[in-house]
Write a protein of this length. Structure first.
Length: 246
């Protein structure tokens, strides 16, 4: 009786494995959509929710190849289906020399890691109030970027997010931000002043290192990090927090 039961269990187990093997793996579906003169590739994130992201790229490769001005719409169409753009994918516009400006729609929540890495000709970008996360290296070495507005919705500025944006002269960190990653603004040579809001609870090491024009810092939060202002000739510190940066 026990042997027969074991045989049935074994047969059931083998059948279950066979059925699972017969199910094809989920494959992310890409499609293209033209808007305002530019054709971008998108990847479906959820068929149920009808959401998508601008196509991710691999390491050192872009998911989209564009030049000039890019306007990303809130909704894109694939046949009869409508998808809401909620994410700028990782490496989506990696090293797109010739990309000069980007308008991100008010439906995007996340700007992925390396999204605009080394877009050297990018001079302006609109980040909407829907965005909560700016990923690691999102704008690293965007050397033509002179200014950028971050709305009071962003909670996280990733590591190296604006590293080596050497033409950036001003940036306002909103009071919604809680985390500034390591070297987030390091080597922003044109940055002259910065105010760190009291909402910040974590600052990575060397966040403002080698900002060689940085002369004024208003420091409102109660946290510090290692070498925050190393090689940055800050002459005017205004402390609003309880702890003096080391």
């Amino acid at each position: 009786m026990i042997a027969q039961l074991q045989k049935h269990v074994r047969l059931w187990f083998l059948t279950a494995i066979a059925l699972l093997a017969a199910v094809p793996p989920a494959i992310a579906r890409d499609f293209t959509y033209e808007y305002a003169g530019q054709t971008l590739t998108y990847t479906v994130l959820s068929e149920e929710d009808k959401t998508c992201e601008t196509k991710q790229g691999a390491n050192n490769y872009s998911g989209n190849y564009v030049r000039g001005e890019v306007i990303i719409p809130e909704c894109v169409f694939d046949g009869a289906d409508t998808y809401t753009v909620t994410t700028i994918g990782e490496n989506s516009f990696y090293h797109q020399t010739g990309l000069t400006s980007v308008k991100i729609p008010n439906t995007v929540i996340t700007i992925g890691s390396n999204a605009f890495y080394r877009c050297e000709d990018l001079t302006s970008i609109e980040i909407p109030s829907s965005v909560t996360i700016i990923g690691d290296k999102a704008f690293t070495s965007c050397t033509g970027l002179t200014s950028i507005e971050i709305h009071n919705s962003v909670t996280t500025i990733g590591s190296f997010a604006f590293w080596n944006c050497k033409a950036l002269t001003s940036i306002e960190i909103p009071s919604s931000v809680t985390t500034i990653g390591e070297r987030a603004f390091a080597e922003c040579y044109g940055l002259t002043s910065i105010e760190i809001p009291s909402s910040v609870t974590s600052i990575g090491s060397s966040a403002f290192q080698s900002c060689t024009s940085l002369s004024s810092v208003i420091y409102n939060c109660d946290v510090t990090g290692n070498n925050l202002f190393l090689n940055s000739p800050v002459r005017d510190f205004t402390f609003g927090g309880a702890v003096v940066p080391d």
